[in-house]
Design a protein around this ligand. Structure first.
Ligand code: SAM
Length: 246
């Protein structure tokens, strides 16, 4: 039976499409694209002749069974998103899960991902990190998520739309303190690639005067280890004295 290929495509620079991704896209019989028009140019430049199907968050439910059917008929299926790795804040996760549980082979042809690209260029600790993708836009869910993040010791990576960048920076300043290390990666791999940091305060200052335009990935330093306060020390001392006295 067929094989599902999850294919990474560039997040900006077309030179980042791997030779293996090109070969797979040119060879498969079905290509599920987040947006067939967006990917049309890339695919025609590769002379990829597979059947193109749209595959996005609004038709996932009907498309997944169709794609599984194609796999069961021995077709090879590639899934691509508008940019980067499918399944990372993009459609793909459900298809991979269903294909795997139905017993089909699932192979990722790795490629660029804005989260890891921003992480390793931020200079912030990358040994342990979390990915939050897009935060809920408002309400209790957003607040709860921000509260969790504020005490998270690992580096955290976020995606955000340009018109929501300032509100996100403000929320992060409120919950984590404006002096927390932060690196904002803008337009990674593109002509106007830029890094703004090194703190939330510095990013706020920059984007309050320069209107945010383009694509943004944020890398937030983890919460520093808590040093015990004087209050905690005296409490501990009192308990020790109590133990000794008894
Ligand atoms: N699947 C993609 C990946 O692997 O990176 C992410 C898709 S998500 C819908 C799009 C978000 O990724 C953007 O809103 C932005 O936050 C981030 N992003 C994508 N390309 C970027 C780039 N060139 N520079 C900075 N951030 C980028």
């Amino acid at each position: 039976s067929g094989c599902l290929y999850i294919v990474g495509t560039p997040i900006g620079h077309l030179g980042d499409l791997s030779p293996r991704a090109k070969a797979v896209l040119a060879g498969v019989t079905v290509i599920a694209c987040e947006d067939t028009r967006h990917s049309g140019q890339l695919l025609s430049s590769l002379q990829a002749s597979g059947r193109k199907l749209s595959f996005h968050q609004h038709n996932t439910r009907t498309r997944v069974p169709q794609l599984l059917q194609a796999l069961s008929e021995g077709e090879s299926v590639a899934v691509i998103s508008d940019a980067g790795l499918p399944g990372i804040s993009d459609p793909g996760e459900e298809l991979a899960a269903e294909a795997r549980s139905a017993g089909f082979e699932v192979i990722c042809i790795p490629g660029p991902c804005a989260a890891t690209t921003a992480l390793v260029s931020s200079g912030l600790p990358s040994g342990r990190f979390c990915f939050e993708g897009f935060l809920p836009v408002k309400g209790k869910e957003r607040r709860q998520r921000l509260e969790q993040i504020s005490t998270e010791p690992r580096t955290t990576v976020f995606y955000e739309a340009p018109h929501r960048l300032l509100p996100l920076l403000q929320s992060l300043a409120e919950h984590c303190g404006a002096e927390r290390p932060l690196q904002v990666a803008r337009e990674l791999t593109k002509r106007h690639e830029q890094q703004v940091g090194p703190t939330i305060a510095a990013a706020l200052e920059h984007f309050q005067t320069q209107r945010p335009q383009g694509e943004f990935t944020l890398v937030l330093g983890g919460c520093p280890a808590q040093t015990p306060s004087e209050h905690d020390d005296s409490e501990l001392l009192a308990r020790l004295q109590e133990c000794i006295a008894n």
